[in-house]
Structures are given as structure tokens and as C-alpha cells.
Design a protein around this ligand. Structure first.
Ligand SMILES: [Zn+2]
Length: 461
């Protein structure tokens, strides 16, 4: 069995950081102590000197779409490429999405995705299961989903055109069934009725910049308010994915003020990019849904992150190549989505930790521990504890570098953060005790990523 001794690093957990040694045996962390002598470990132990580096639990990108087949095309990053770019970003687990194939049961939809991912993934993964429509007998299907190890569903309040929209009738029944099964409901929140009205009244064109006009922040507010209120009436939590706007945050605050449990995820792009990016010939590269908002929204969301109003930062990584993105300049047909998993750690470290607004522990909480807890993967994932999987990132907080197409690994061939100067880089990434990325060399192997059977989401515990 391989043993690895990581010495003299700064261990970072969600509630503290301290200098310590850490010993890995096989796939697990087996010992943590201020000093572990060489005489205490097997002779063939690999010793990794981590002085000056942070030793963090592997990050979890709780919102990815690798190899997404949609709108007659497929995204740029397959499971193989997604795993690789994730390892470079210190991410050892992703939670991806299974489409709801309405010709099959939910569990069979999930199984098909698990099977496909198992072949290509080189890092671990869990799943959120899409539910795009209600039907009789859905509770039995939800129970089977839980048995399979999928304990979150994802619903959309928009995207009627691609068949994702869940009808309002029946939502209460769906929420109640999820509550009985201890399933977390996660929701893409944009009110479709308001978006349709806005489109009907729109007299302008359909440039990339119009995308932001046609999907107003008010739509996010209304959908969060509606779903959150329903969750409150049913007596269950709601997980809001990719919160994009200050107006959306208003809805979260109002719901919390009424005692409703709302978990909120935001993304680096809603914190750091604004709608001015949509102007000009490269505008299509920045089209995603919900759209980028204003600089003021960025600032308000950043303040909210610092004030601990968000529980999770994830990326909604949904990459298309430059060619795919630039094939249209009509916002109705541009493929929506951007890459982001690899950029997440350096971006959040730079803007939040290097600027002294958050601690390293808070970063670990947002990017690893809370997603692990929220989606039933803790303490196997999201923690440096004896017995946890040895998913470990050695992170150099001092490394200064620039994000650009040549420095990151997405098959998209571009990064929306082109030219961003960042502080901090993952130097080594271990997955269950095996080095998958070290010193800019990728060592991951397709098929070595395991499907993680999720337990009960923490909001139900
Ligand atoms: Zn998404």
C-alpha cells in the first residue's frame, strides 16, 4: 500500500488552519500530527515537503456540465477533458447533472449518466438528477434515486424551448415528495412568464447584449421568491443555483427573514464579470444563463459572499469552443455557457483571500466543506480528517500568474477571465492518495474517477 507523508504544510480546514504533518495510506488520510518522524512510517514512504504551501481538502465543483449534449451539439469539455482541467484547478470531485429522459425512470436516467461518466472521469463525481416534468408515481422513482445515491434533484423555472421547464402545477406535490425522501431540491430560478413578457415587448435587436435585457434580474427575484415560499410552506430547504443578481439576493433575504432555509450558490462569473463584456465581436463568448449583470451587482454579491450570505461557490462549467460560441451573434441561438472549474480556486483566492476579505478557512468552506455537507458527501469529502478520502490539494498562495488561453486546459480554447492576474495556484492534486496533477503535469487516468453515493443532505440532518 502506498504511503505518502506530507510535511510542514499549513493544513486548512473549514474552521481553522495550522502547521502539521499529514500521512496518507492507500486512499485515506490516516494520521495528522505536528510532527510525524520518518522512523514512524514505512521505509518506502514518499515524503512531500510542503513548507510554504497550503494543504487543503480537494475542492468540489458542485455545478458542472461536462459532455453536455444540448441544442444539437455537445460541449467542448468531455469527461476526460473536464477531469483534467479540474485537477489543474485543485478540484477532485464534481457534481454533474443527469438529464431527465422522460422515456425512462429518474433512476434509469441517472444510471445512464453514471455509466457514461464512469468511463471517462479521472476524478470523483456525484450527480444531481434533473426533473423536467411531473407524473404519477414520481415518489417511488425518487425513493429509487436515493437508493442509487442521488439525493438532489434539479428543476428549471425556465427553458421551455429545450424542454426543461417544470410546470407550476404539481410543484407542491413534487416538493412534498422530496421532503419525505430527504431529497434536496435545487433550482435554476428565472421566472419564465416575465421573460416571455419581456421578449414580447422587446423592440430592440437580439445581440449578445440584448441577452441581458431579455432575461432581467427581476425574473430571478420572482422565481426565487415563488419557489422559496413554496419550500417554506412545505417545510423544507431550497438550494438556489448560480445566484446572479442583487435583486435575486433581495428575494433570498426576504425568505430568510421569514425563517425559510435557503442555501445559495454563486459563481465566479457573477462575482467578477459584468454585462459590458457582451458588447463587441467577442460578446458571444460571455453569454450564459442567467446573464451577466451590472458592476454594481458584482459588488453587492461580493459583499454578500464576505458576509457569509452564500454557502457555496461553484462554476456552472458548461464550455463551448470559441468557434461554437462565435458561430452566432444572435442571443437566441448562441450556445449558453462558459468554462470555469479550473479558474475557480485562483479567482476566489485572489479576490477574496489575497485581498484579506476572507480567510483560507472560509475559502475551503465555500469550495469544499459546505458543498460536501450540502450534498451528502461529508466527511468522506470536504475535510482533512483521519478516515477521509486523501483528496488533497497543495496550494501555493504566493504564485502569481495570468489566466489566459495558454495557461488553462479547457478544450474551449479560451477563458472568460483572459488577462486576469491571479495569486495562488494548485501545485499538486491528489485523488484518494494518488497524484493526478503535479508541477503542471497531468497524471489522471480516465475511468479512475468513482461515482460517489451521496447520503442525506445536511439541511435534513
Ligand atoms: Zn448549470
Amino acid at each position: 500500500m502506498n504511503t505518502i507523508l506530507i510535511r510542514d504544510g499549513l493544513l486548512v480546514e473549514s474552521d481553522r488552519s495550522w502547521k502539521s504533518d499529514l500521512l496518507i495510506e492507500g486512499e485515506k488520510i490516516v494520521r495528522i500530527a505536528p510532527r510525524i518522524g520518518l522512523e514512524e512510517v514505512p521505509a518506502d514512504t514518499e515524503v512531500v515537503e510542503a513548507d510554504g504551501l497550503c494543504v487543503m481538502p480537494g475542492l468540489i465543483d458542485a455545478h458542472t456540465h461536462y459532455h453536455l449534449v444540448s441544442r444539437g451539439t455537445v460541449t467542448a469539455d468531455s469527461f476526460v477533458e473536464g477531469s483534467k482541467l479540474a485537477a489543474f484547478g485543485g478540484v477532485t470531485t464534481v457534481i454533474d447533472f443527469a438529464d431527465h429522459d422522460k422515456t425512462r425512470t429518474l433512476a434509469d436516467s441517472a444510471k445512464a449518466r453514471i455509466e457514461a461518466m464512469s468511463k471517462g472521469m479521472a476524478i470523483d463525481f456525484a450527480l444531481h438528477q434533473g426533473v423536467y416534468g411531473m407524473h404519477g408515481g414520481i415518489e417511488a422513482e425518487l425513493q429509487d434515486l436515493v437508493k442509487l445515491g442521488v439525493t438532489t434533484i434539479k428543476i428549471f423555472t425556465t427553458y421551455k424551448n429545450v424542454g426543461y421547464l417544470i410546470e407550476i402545477d404539481g410543484l407542491r406535490e413534487l416538493f412534498s415528495a422530496c421532503k419525505r425522501c430527504n431529497i434536496m431540491v435545487s433550482a435554476h430560478c428565472e421566472d419564465d412568464t416575465l421573460i416571455e413578457e419581456t421578449n414580447a415587448n422587446h423592440t430592440g435587436g437580439h445581440t449578445p447584449a440584448d441577452h441581458a435585457v431579455l432575461r432581467p434580474a427581476e425574473a430571478e427575484y420572482r422565481a426565487i421568491k415563488y419557489l422559496g415560499t413554496l419550500a417554506g410552506e412545505v417545510g423544507m430547504p431550497l438550494y438556489v443555483v448560480h445566484l446572479s443578481s442583487a435583486r435575486g439576493l433581495d428575494a433570498v433575504r426576504e425568505l430568510r427573514g421569514a425563517g425559510i432555509q435557503v442555501l445559495v450558490e454563486t459563481t465566479p462569473h457573477y462575482l467578477l464579470l459584468d454585462a459590458s463584456r457582451l458588447a463587441g465581436p467577442e460578446g458571444p463568448l460571455y453569454v450564459m444563463t442567467p446573464p451577466l449583470r451590472t458592476e454594481q451587482d458584482n459588488r453587492i454579491l461580493q459583499d454578500a459572499l464576505v458576509a457569509k450570505e452564500f454557502q457555496v461557490v461553484a462554476t456552472d462549467h458548461c464550455s463551448f469552443t470559441r468557434e461554437q460560441k462565435l458561430a452566432s451573434d444572435d442571443c437566441r441561438t448562441i450556445f449558453p455557457g462558459i468554462p470555469g472549474t479550473e479558474e475557480m480556486l485562483p479567482l476566489i483566492h485572489t479576490f477574496a483571500v489575497a485581498s484579506s476579505r476572507l480567510s483560507l478557512s472560509q475559502l475551503v468552506r465555500l469550495l469544499s466543506t459546505t458543498p460536501a455537507k450540502a450534498f451528502g458527501l461529508y466527511p468522506r469529502k470536504g475535510s482533512l480528517q483521519v478516515g477521509s478520502d486523501a483528496d488533497i490539494v497543495l496550494f501555493d498562495p504566493e504564485c502569481m500568474w495570468t489566466l489566459d488561453a495558454s495557461s488553462i486546459h479547457s478544450a474551449a480554447g479560451y477563458t472568460p477571465y483572459e488577462g486576469f492576474k491571479v495569486a495562488g495556484k494548485a501545485i499538486m492534486t491528489y485523488l484518494r492518495g494518488r497524484l493526478v496533477m503535479g508541477d503542471d503535469v497531468y497524471l489522471g487516468k480516465p475511468g479512475e474517477g468513482k461515482f460517489l453515493v451521496a447520503g442525506t443532505p445536511s439541511a435534513y440532518l
